[in-house]
Design a protein around this ligand. Structure first.
Ligand code: SF4
Ligand code: SF4
Length: 164
């Protein structure tokens, strides 16, 4: 969920298409090491209670980084860590939305955007009601309560956290 109280996100969640929900068995949002620390601090929970880890083969790894270069470094030694799900929902999704507030993973804060060659784009695949309804990128940014500067700052933070 890109923003915490966007009406389009509330409508999306109400119709069951929120980015916090997916087909059962699909991993939750990938995490940087600092995401895990922030979530542990915010919730008082050990990482083992909310992190799942899976293997990523080289083809998926390279395709991922080519499609979304800001995620370079998320896959380490062929493995990526993600938020666990309860059934088809993120374990931090409650009736009031995301329980994590400002400790949400960086990739949740940035959804549904990515940046290729410095140009902001929308992630291919998946469903996002805001993407469906927005006439263009400026309107999409406004609907999701974000902007180019905020997305740039998130990408820079991602790279700082992933190159440590
Ligand atoms: S951490 Fe929050 S925003 Fe991210 S998938 Fe889970 S409930 Fe949604
Ligand atoms: S999929 Fe898009 S519209 Fe739906 S909750 Fe996520 S960011 Fe909001």
């Amino acid at each position: 969920m890109s923003v915490e109280s966007s009406s389009v996100c509330a409508r999306c969640a109400a119709q069951g298409t929120s980015c916090c929900v997916s087909v059962e068995g699909v991993s939750g949002p990938p995490l940087t090491p600092a995401d895990i620390e922030r979530i542990s601090t915010a919730t008082g929970r050990a990482a083992t209670e909310f992190v799942v880890e899976r293997e990523v083969d080289l083809i998926e790894h390279l395709a991922w980084e080519q499609d979304d270069p800001a995620t370079r470094g998320l896959v380490r030694e062929g493995r990526v860590r993600s938020l666990a799900r309860r059934g088809d929902e993120c374990i931090f999704l409650s009736a009031n939305g995301c329980e994590l507030g400002s400790a949400r993973p960086l990739l949740c804060q940035r959804f549904p955007f990515m940046r290729v060659n410095g140009v902001i784009d929308v992630k291919p695949g998946g469903f996002c009601l805001a993407v469906d309804e927005a006439a263009d990128l400026p309107q999409l940014l406004t609907m999701l309560g974000t902007g180019r500067k905020q997305l740039q700052a998130i990408d820079e933070q991602l790279q700082r956290e992933l190159t440590k």
